[in-house]
Design a protein around this ligand. Structure first.
Ligand code: ZN
Length: 330
């Protein structure tokens, strides 16, 4: 946590993990993503069947770590450096019990465009891997679904004119307001498993001056998808009709993850690297800490949650490899 690794600046933390894991006896590869960004891939034998993974980058700004008796504070405490520490500890414990089919995958750029994950998906070890246990702060519950994210702009065009002669122009802002109002009043299709599709109109822009009929306006919208993109996009187009146009910025569809008996389950609303790591086997998602403090200045993780996560990762690995140990029911 004391090595800054805001997205785009992960080189030092990657080198640290390489050196640390090498010193423990892992085979470590750096997978180059850009000039100064590398994914870290570590393993003990040539055919790891399960990988523990998360990301090394954080959101800005860097906040140096501090602690008290019960918590660790600072950037990456729960998202996701605490998770890296818990996973390495779990993997080392498993190794002592001779579970050597385990690998570790740490990516760059998850907080931006998952560039690291996209690159990792082409790694030759992916094809041999059966399960990917990804870590994000889920309060140590097993996330069995994550909503998707559909980001777009709605643009409207009008005709500029002197504001004293409105009949000479056409207001793009008024058109956009009408469209946005219709969007707000629409109940978009949801899904029984994933829940409600929610819409956030996060940005709005337009106009040139108070005395000019605005010729252009646009709004940025983020939709948390619980269905495929197609029905939502179709609904938007039928709302907007000829009044404006859509520019799609990005989209990841909702993902279902593996369920495992005995774990507390939930659906999470955030997105992860998982949609871009499709070649790495069946995905699972679990991690210590709360998404509600991730990305805030008060980010922290409870020490007891980190310790609990170590045991949960060990259990999950054993469970997916069908070698459940009797003593580890939680
Ligand atoms: Zn994260």
């Amino acid at each position: 946590m004391s090595i800054p690794s805001v997205s785009g600046d992960e080189e030092a933390v990657g080198f640290f993990l390489r050196d640390y894991l090498t010193s423990l006896g892992w085979k470590v590869e750096l997978q180059r993503v850009s000039e100064n960004q590398n994914n870290v891939i570590a393993y003990l034998n040539d055919t790891p069947r399960v990988f523990l993974s998360t990301h090394m980058d954080t959101v800005p700004p860097f906040i140096k770590p501090t602690e008290d008796a019960t918590k660790i504070y600072g950037r990456g405490a729960c998202d996701a450096k605490g998770i890296i520490a818990a996973q390495i500890t779990a993997a080392e414990n498993l190794r002592k019990e001779n579970f050597v089919d385990v690998g570790l995958l740490y990516t760059v750029e998850e907080e931006r465009a998952s560039t690291g994950a996209k690159m990792a998906n082409a790694h030759p070890l992916a094809a041999k891997c059966e399960y990917l246990i990804n870590g994000e702060p889920t309060d140590n519950d097993l996330a069995i679904g994550s909503k998707g994210a559909f980001r777009l702009k709605v643009k409207s065009a009008g005709k500029a004119a002197h504001s004293a002669y409105p009949e000479e122009g056409e207001s793009a802002i008024e058109k956009l307001l009408d469209i946005l109002n219709d969007i707000r009043n629409t109940k978009f299709p949801g899904d029984e498993f994933f829940g409600e599709t929610t819409v956030n109109i996060g940005m709005i822009e337009g106009g040139v001056a108070l005395n000019v009929i605005p010729p252009a306006a646009e709004a940025g919208i983020a939709i948390r998808l619980t269905t495929k993109r197609a029905p939502i996009e179709a609904a938007l187009r039928s709302i907007i009709k000829e009044r404006g146009e859509i520019k799609i910025l990005s989209c990841s569809e909702p993902v279902r993850m593996l369920e495992v008996d005995g774990f507390k389950k939930k659906v999470v609303r955030f997105t992860t690297d998982i949609p871009y790591l499709t070649n790495w086997g069946k995905p699972l998602l679990l991690g210590p800490g709360s998404i509600l403090v991730a990305h805030t200045k008060d980010e922290f993780v409870l020490k007891k949650d980190l310790e609990e996560a170590v045991g949960l990762y060990e259990d999950l690995v054993k469970r997916v490899l069908n070698t459940e140990s009797q003593s580890t029911q939680s």
